[in-house]
Design a protein around this ligand. Structure first.
Ligand SMILES: [Zn+2]
Length: 424
């Protein structure tokens, strides 16, 4: 469960009222994992009679040595000398596809557990997106109590643990009666589920382990923002350790795909920890505030028939403001910003009017006085607008800008006026 803004992806199902999406980056995992399984893991598992793939490494070395001593003998012939029947090539590929789709199901089960428990404690779940590093349960609100946070965070790893242990039991007790191909798959499913438990329990926010840590610190200090800060700091320390392992691998072993993975996962965790801390800090600091608290009321408006060169000279330079509401009479028509002007070639500025360059009302350039600041911030990011016009009913009362919100955020953070959650 990581706080990554992944709202895109193919919608594939709806389970317990939760929409499941697959992000495009899953194709990367599909190809990488299927080729790794078919090319390395399953053939080695084959040599270990359907057991662990590292158990097959030794046999592979023996076969290799035998072949060098007796050139011209095929893999099949040598393997048979050791009592092993090699599976046909196509079977590796079929099993690899089943293994990759199985990982998909295991990750989905993990994320669904988070989602279902979140709904159970009264937190709205927007959906689940599966992407290259696993899955993200997109949860709209933060948990209101440390206890709720703990339950939601623990649900995923518990599901993975249950799946991993089930596979272990099947492998241990029924392994003898199963085909080696089935045994190899069950061993692999045990491995990935337990790996999911271990990785997700790393105590760095926004991983599950970091959320458990945050819940604990929150419980002790009663301060969500400080708890988030500590958990996200731990997340960055772990990220740095992963990247250092990758760098060390480069230094000692030279360039390797394994090293790249360490670095990529480390980078991902680093930015996720930073971003999710910022998100929580923002939410906490702006809790209870509306546009009313950040609106700039001394607003200068521009008429729609003004030419763009006059807009630049007489308004943007003069007031050093990047965006203006466009008004005719009492009616707000839209907003025009420096960016909109830049989109028009400079040669056209003396001839083109504000009305031609502006973003009309209804195109996401307007917010209302009573909207809460967290949702306004989200709108600005989604629409890539630094300024929005503010309406009271349908009357223009001012503007709100990202810079103003940023200064308000800094002042409130310095004064420590963020909401402190009630003790449980
Ligand atoms: Zn999780």
């Amino acid at each position: 469960m990581a706080a990554v803004g992944l709202t895109s992806g193919w919608r594939i199902a709806r389970i317990f009222g939760i929409t499941i999406r697959v992000h495009l980056s899953w194709i990367v995992i599909f190809i990488l994992l299927t080729t790794t399984l078919a090319g390395d893991v399953l053939p080695l598992s084959n040599l270990a009679a359907g057991g662990s793939w590292w158990g097959g490494v030794e046999v592979a070395e023996k076969i290799d040595k035998y072949q060098r001593a007796h050139p011209g003998l095929s893999d099949e012939v040598v393997a048979r000398r050791y009592g092993i029947t090699l599976w046909p090539e196509w079977q590796y590929w079929v099993l690899a596809v089943v293994g990759t789709l199985g990982l998909f199901v295991c990750v989905l089960a993990h994320e669904l557990s988070h989602g279902i428990v979140a709904q159970g404690v009264g937190i709205a779940v927007e959906g689940i997106t599966l992407f290259v590093f696993g899955g993200v349960a997109r949860i709209r609100d933060e948990a209101r109590t440390p206890g709720a946070e703990f339950k939601v965070a623990a649900a995923g790893p518990l599901m993975s643990l249950a799946l991993g242990v089930s596979c272990w039991v099947i492998y241990g007790f029924l392994g003898g009666v199963l085909l080696p191909q089935a045994r190899a798959l069950i061993y692999y499913f045990m491995f990935i589920n337990l790996a999911l438990v271990v990785f997700n329990l790393l105590p760095g926010f926004p991983l599950d382990g970091g959320r458990l840590l945050r819940a604990a610190v929150w419980k002790i200090t009663g301060n969500l923002q400080r708890a988030t800060y500590i958990a996200s700091l731990c997340g960055r320390v772990f990220a740095a350790i992963l990247m250092a392992i990758g760098a060390l691998e480069f230094l000692v072993l030279g360039f390797s795909l394994g090293g790249v993975w360490w670095v990529v996962i480390g980078l991902f965790l680093w930015f996720a920890a930073k971003a999710s801390y910022h998100q929580v800090a923002l939410r906490e600091t702006f809790a209870g505030l509306t546009v009313r608290d950040a609106v700039r009321r001394d607003v200068v408006t521009v008429p729609p028939d003004l030419t763009l060169d006059r807009l630049v000279d007489e308004y943007i330079y003069r007031y050093r403001v990047r965006s203006f509401p466009v008004v005719r009479g009492e009616t707000l028509l839209g907003t025009v910003s420096l960016k909109d002007v830049q989109a028009v070639p400079r040669g056209g500025w003396p001839w083109r009017s504000v009305a031609e360059a502006m973003r009309p009302v209804g195109n996401g350039s307007v917010v209302h006085l009573d909207e809460d600041l967290v949702s306004v911030m989200r709108k600005m990011m989604q629409r890539r607008r630094g300024h929005l016009a503010v309406l009271d009913g349908d009357r223009l009362v001012g503007t709100i800008s990202r810079d103003d919100m940023q200064s308000l955020f800094e002042i409130r953070s310095d004064l420590g006026t963020g909401r402190t959650p009630p003790p449980t």
